[in-house]
Design a protein around this ligand. Structure first.
Ligand code: THU
Length: 137
């Protein structure tokens, strides 16, 4: 976990998130797919948590970088998630899978989603990527 000194500009935040996500990508455990993913999440209290994808020999027990980053934040007691950055080893834009979108919609509904690749950085809202999430009241 890294702490950013507030106030921080959006540009600095995006730079820091991309740097942290790329660092996490180096720790990906992806021997089966060979596809490395890194994620970083920024919390209301100015902290950055990271995650990478972790695969398992069962092949079904894959966990994506986004969920690992969110779980790191949530398990540390983080409340509000303000931003999520995703990067892939291929340099292509890596859009969160359906399971991650559902997870993000539930635990980080107000966050900005940044997807960085060699062609730049795209920004989405959660509802753009998952317009009709399942919610249980
Ligand atoms: N993966 C992620 O970590 N995040 C995504 O957004 C999409 C896919 C991982 C899962 C698996 O380890 C590998 O990428 C290939 O599917």
């Amino acid at each position: 976990m890294n702490l950013l000194n507030e106030p921080v500009s959006t540009e600095d935040l995006i730079d820091a998130l991309q740097r942290e996500a790329l660092g996490a990508l180096e720790r990906a455990r992806a021997p089966y797919s060979g596809f490395q993913v890194g994620a970083a999440v920024y919390t209301e209290d100015g902290k950055i948590y990271t995650g990478c994808n972790i695969e398992n020999s069962s092949l079904t027990l894959v966990i994506c970088a986004e969920r690992v980053a969110l779980l790191n934040a949530l398990s540390d007691g983080a409340k509000g998630i303000k931003a999520i950055m995703v990067v892939s080893g291929s340099g292509d834009f890596c859009y969160p899978c359906g399971i991650c979108r559902q997870f993000i919609a539930e635990f980080a509904p107000d966050s900005a989603l940044y997807i960085a690749g060699r062609k730049g950085i795209k920004k989405y809202s959660v509802s753009e990527l998952l317009p009709h999430p399942f919610v249980r009241k």
